[in-house]
Ligand binder design. Structure first.
Ligand code: HEM
Length: 149
């Protein structure tokens, strides 16, 4: 049996009218999140690696300083969410393109979705519950403003 690929501008069939076209929204999401990710990723790299002392400045105290401000917390969380959904949706496209076996495709798609959800939840928790004076840090390595000092 041969597969017929319609011309790109062929109008959609009547039966699909009224339904949400998820593939279209996914396609748009990749482009829009791509533009935002350019700003977020290169802004992140510039602030961390170019401004101030550059890479030499990055240590626990640097991270603690950034996560003391809601601005950087939200910057990182938005970057995490956009990149994880962008990356996993992109991987979904690749799996759909190349994994022709139904079960293999299903397992891969579930794996991608699970990885994305776990990393988004963990990453968001880390950013918003980050405590620079947590009790796991040995007293001799604690930051100067922590109560143990
Ligand atoms: C610098 C910011 C980024 C921009 C401007 C960008 C842009 C894009 C665009 C426009 C597409 C769609 C390509 C197509 O449909 O032909 C895409 C696909 C993809 N992106 Fe990104 N992206 C960025 C960052 C990322 C990041 C951080 C990840 C990983 C977490 C990622 C993973 C992917 C994957 C897996 C695909 C699917 C590739 C494919 O369909 O062959 N991208 N990206």
């Amino acid at each position: 049996m041969s597969t017929i690929i319609e011309a790109p501008r062929t109008p959609r069939e009547r039966s699909s009218k009224g339904r949400v076209n998820w593939e279209k929204w996914g396609w748009l999401y990749m482009r829009l999140s791509g533009v935002l990710l350019l700003i977020l990723i290169f802004g992140h790299l510039f602030v961390n690696l170019v401004l101030g002392e550059g890479i030499k400045e990055i240590d626990f105290a640097f991270v603690a300083g950034k996560y003391a401000t809601p601005f950087w917390q939200w910057w990182d969380v938005v970057m995490l969410w956009l990149a994880m959904i962008h990356g996993s949706n992109g991987m979904r496209t690749i799996v759909n393109d190349y994994a022709s076996h139904r079960t293999v495709r299903r397992v891969l798609l579930i794996g991608i979705a699970a990885a994305a959800i776990i990393l988004i939840v963990l990453g968001t928790l880390v950013v918003f519950t980050f405590d620079p004076c947590n009790t796991f840090i040995p007293a001799d390595q604690a930051l100067t403003f922590c109560p143990v000092n």
